[in-house]
Ligand binder design. Sequence first.
Ligand SMILES: NC(=O)c1ccc[n+]([C@@H]2O[C@H](COP(=O)([O-])OP(=O)(O)OC[C@H]3O[C@@H](n4cnc5c(N)ncnc54)[C@H](OP(=O)(O)O)[C@@H]3O)[C@@H](O)[C@H]2O)c1
Length: 339
Amino acid sequence: MKHLRLSIIGFGTVGQGLAELLATKRALLKQDYGLTVTLVSVANARHGFIYRDEGLDVPTLLELAAKRRPLSEHAGVRRWANALEGLQTTGGDVLAEVTGTNLRDAEPGISHIRAGLAQGMHVITANKGPGFSLAQQHSVQLRMEATVMSGTPVLSTVREGIAGANVTAIRGILNGTTNYILSAMATGRDYAEALAEAQAQGYAEADPTADVEGYDAVAKTLILAALVFGHPLKPEQVIRQGITTITREQVLQANDNGKCIKLIASLRRHRETDTLEARVEPTGLALGDPLARVDGVMNAITIHTDTLPEVTVIGPGAGRLQTGQGLLADLIAIAKTKQ
Ligand SMILES: NC(=O)c1ccc[n+]([C@@H]2O[C@H](COP(=O)([O-])OP(=O)(O)OC[C@H]3O[C@@H](n4cnc5c(N)ncnc54)[C@H](OP(=O)(O)O)[C@@H]3O)[C@@H](O)[C@H]2O)c1
């Protein structure tokens, strides 16, 4: 039987989703993977970091979080006001870093991840901020399946599923909010109406800038550049255009011409110059393109390789359990390599 002691830093939508999966899949983990997971610590911004050596009770934590009560009301815990301090004092085998994404300086996630790695912890994360700026230089694993298309397997598809194939290019719909808006515009709404609808459905934030200006897709493109092509890029090396200037008329005109407009993130390797071209921009796709059929908040990625000309993976790009699933798969992958 393998045993992992887990710390979850960030206990919002995704942190709670992962905790819920650990509880509901407890028997499956034991039976199929010979794995038991003890959640030893949890942190959020409001209540700090709590730790219990014998393990925390997940239903109790989820109930406290749902009622927005302090997590420290859990029985028998030690508490630190600051997650970094708590983590550095207590440790564990795996850190799940799921605080909010900060595309400016990647904090606080990057400090949590560095502290975890420095302590010899494996790290799994859904946080897109630190994702691309951390080199894989430690003997422990840093896995981030959930950063791109949540639990829909993209990074593992490239790493394991098509191992040995030479990836020449990638094209993807990596942001559900913009895809929802463009899909709504294709049915006749204008941009403002479609954005308001996305906000009302909870698909777009009150400040939608990160999505509609393409920054979120850029962050995922950087992760793919580093992990799929081994070619780390800086954000300014990605040619970026958002969807805010796209009009209903352009979308409908494209449809009349047998095309549809999608916000496409793309990476293309140029062998001759040994460069990687990275773009995030509205693109008119022929209706026969597999990505053209992906509507609403759904995400998709097409991988072009030497042996499999085109492989397309379609699936959810966000959600509590959907993103928790990406973290769970990374946790199981780590357990499999544990002696
Ligand atoms: N939601 C999705 O569908 C999805 C999909 C893919 C990737 N992601 C990524 O996953 C991460 C988590 O997303 P989410 O939707 O769960 O966000 P969220 O609901 O806003 O939760 C973020 C959590 O981080 C905590 N936090 C913030 N600063 C902290 C600090 N210094 N120390 C300890 N905890 C801190 C917050 O504390 P409080 O509760 O006290 O505010 C909150 O519990 C983000 O990086 C996001 O980009 C999310």
